[in-house]
Design a protein. Sequence first.
Length: 137
Amino acid sequence: MSKPKRRLVNQPGSAQSILMNEPNASSPGPAIMAEAPPLRFDEHEVIRVGRTRVTLDTLVAAFERGDTPEGIARNYDALSLGEVYQAIGYYLTHQAEVGTYLERREARRGAIQEQVESRHNPNGIRERLLARRRRTA
């Protein structure tokens, strides 16, 4: 009879850990646990990093511009360096899915901008504001 192999199983909270063959087996190092990325959907279906308002869009754009994870963490001090690395790791592992998400977000942004501009024409706004100021002065 062969010993059961080590296997990966789901743990509560969607983390995973490697089970040892024996319940009290000692390991040569720390327990290895895969953690869920620090990403969440908000009420508007926007992916945010950690418990912050920083969007995945923002983080990916900074990374693609060439910002280092350390630089991103410095620029967005609400994020820890670990959260930045985890989010970038998720992006690198799931580029196709994140790319699709970012394209949908860009299309939605464009539609919202068109809708706002159709109601409030931005052309000539400076002139209209200056004219309004002159009338009230």
